[in-house]
Write a protein that binds this ligand. Structure first.
Ligand SMILES: Cc1cc2nc3c(=O)[nH]c(=O)nc-3n(C[C@H](O)[C@H](O)[C@H](O)COP(=O)(O)OP(=O)(O)OC[C@H]3O[C@@H](n4cnc5c(N)ncnc54)[C@H](O)[C@@H]3O)c2cc1C
Length: 372
């Protein structure tokens, strides 16, 4: 299709959801996509941009927040897993962000056989005699971890290569985009888009014209260390929000230590006492994060991990009561014309796990809107 015949689409949001949706739309060949956002992957990390802070492991069905998983999310995770597996196995740039890794998860009760995790490669129930003391149940399987900055930059490059573009701007009301498109945020004459796709994550709570009160943050505090000798993912969802513990190695040799799950907690900076607790819990869960030379001579302690720390951080998972919203709405433009608005936000703790599948769903909704 000639460039001038393509419909111009503004995708609001440059997190993993917005960028994946923008790539999926641009690669359709019918659209010219501009991503409008006030935070991008190349910016310094901030609490305003959750995608930098994800543990970014694929655990379909296990990293959700209670009450925020719906069928759309389950379907999106299933579809996304296939795409992530293909990208990880590819020869190209995309594969650099992925690490295929053996994983262990401890649980209070066995998983129902319908849980998608039971279909993961190498899935096994760990025999009782091999479990640590006071552990009721355990499973092992193979999964992928993703390095968020590498994956996000890959998405930006893929979007640009397909002809999409990025504009920085902060939209206070959806009607500003409806009337002026991304162009007004770039200081250019207004250019009303043919459609808007809203991937604003937590921003959907305050964005004028959307103001979705069901959206709320689930705060996660994390620590990143450099420990390339750790090549086992271990997770213990834990009995309470402070004891949600995970050790997630990445391809770079960095290891992400997570962290907490506090609902409605907006505090943007790491709390030192929680950092200490994360180190204690993750070291107890996985003593292998300590340097091998220390482990060779004695039991490691938290002080052995402190020199390995690269970063502490906080991310706010964009949760939504009732689950992810992937839905078509119609806006009325100034001239009375109807303009489709497709929502794709509220992925809680599963934005990477659901990114490709929810993008597909948004693409389908937009296609159906233009077909009406
Ligand atoms: C500790 C932690 C661990 C996690 N672990 C995992 C995991 O293992 N697996 C997994 O799949 N997920 C995980 N997640 C969740 C994952 O990070 C999120 O689901 C995902 O990043 C959400 O992406 P998003 O694109 O919706 O939001 P964001 O990344 O927050 O992006 C929102 C975008 O919208 C823009 N925006 C919003 N409002 C406006 C506005 N009004 N004007 C302009 N721009 C606007 C922002 O600038 C930004 O670009 C984890 C999260 C945390 C915090």
């Amino acid at each position: 299709m000639a460039n001038s015949d393509r419909k111009s689409i503004v995708v609001l949001g440059a997190g993993v959801v917005g960028l994946t949706t923008a790539v999926s739309l641009q690669e359709q060949g019918n659209y010219n996509v501009t991503v409008l956002a006030d935070a991008f992957p190349s910016d310094p990390k901030s609490v305003k941009y959750t995608s930098h802070w994800a543990g970014a492991i694929l655990l379909n069905g296990m990293s959700g927040i209670d009450g925020t998983r719906n069928q759309l999310m389950i379907d999106a995770e299933k579809a996304s897993l296939e795409v992530h597996m293909k990208l990880a196995a590819s020869e190209g740039e995309a594969s650099r962000a992925y690490l295929r890794i053996p994983a262990i998860m401890y649980l209070d009760t066995p998983l129902p056989s319908t849980n998608p995790l039971c279909q993961f490669p190498d899935f096994k129930i760990i025999p009782q005699e091999d479990l640590p003391p006071n552990t009721a149940h355990g499973i092992s399987f193979t999964t992928l971890t993703i390095d968020p900055p590498l994956h996000l930059n890959y998405l930006v490059q893929r979007l640009s290569a397909a002809g999409g573009s990025l504009v920085r701007g902060s939209a206070m009301h959806i009607n500003a985009i409806l009337e002026g498109g991304a162009a007004i945020f770039a200081g250019r004459p207004p250019q009303a888009p043919a459609a808007i796709v809203n991937c604003s994550g937590l921003g959907a709570r305050t964005l004028g014209g959307v103001e979705d009160g069901a959206v709320f943050p689930v705060r996660g505090q994390t620590v990143r260390i450099h420990a390339p000798w750790t090549r086992q993912l271990i997770m213990n969802p834990g009995p309470n929000p402070e004891e949600h513990t995970g050790v997630f190695p990445r391809a770079s040799g960095d290891v992400y230590l997570v962290g907490t799950k506090h609902e409605d907690d907006w505090y943007p900076a790491p709390r030192p006492e929680l950092t200490r607790k994360i180190l204690e819990l993750t070291l107890a869960l996985c003593p292998e994060i300590a340097p091998p030379e220390v482990r060779a001579v004695r039991k490691p302690v938290v002080e052995d991990i402190l020199p390995l720390i690269l970063e502490e951080g906080v991310g706010l998972r964009p949760a939504r009561k009732g689950g992810v919203r992937i839905q078509l709405e119609w806006l009325t433009a100034k001239d009375g014309g109807k303009v489709p608005l497709v929502h794709n936000y509220g992925h809680a703790g599963s934005g990477y796990e659901g990114s490709w599948g929810s993008a597909d769903e948004a693409v389908k909704l937009l296609g159906s809107a233009f077909a009406q």
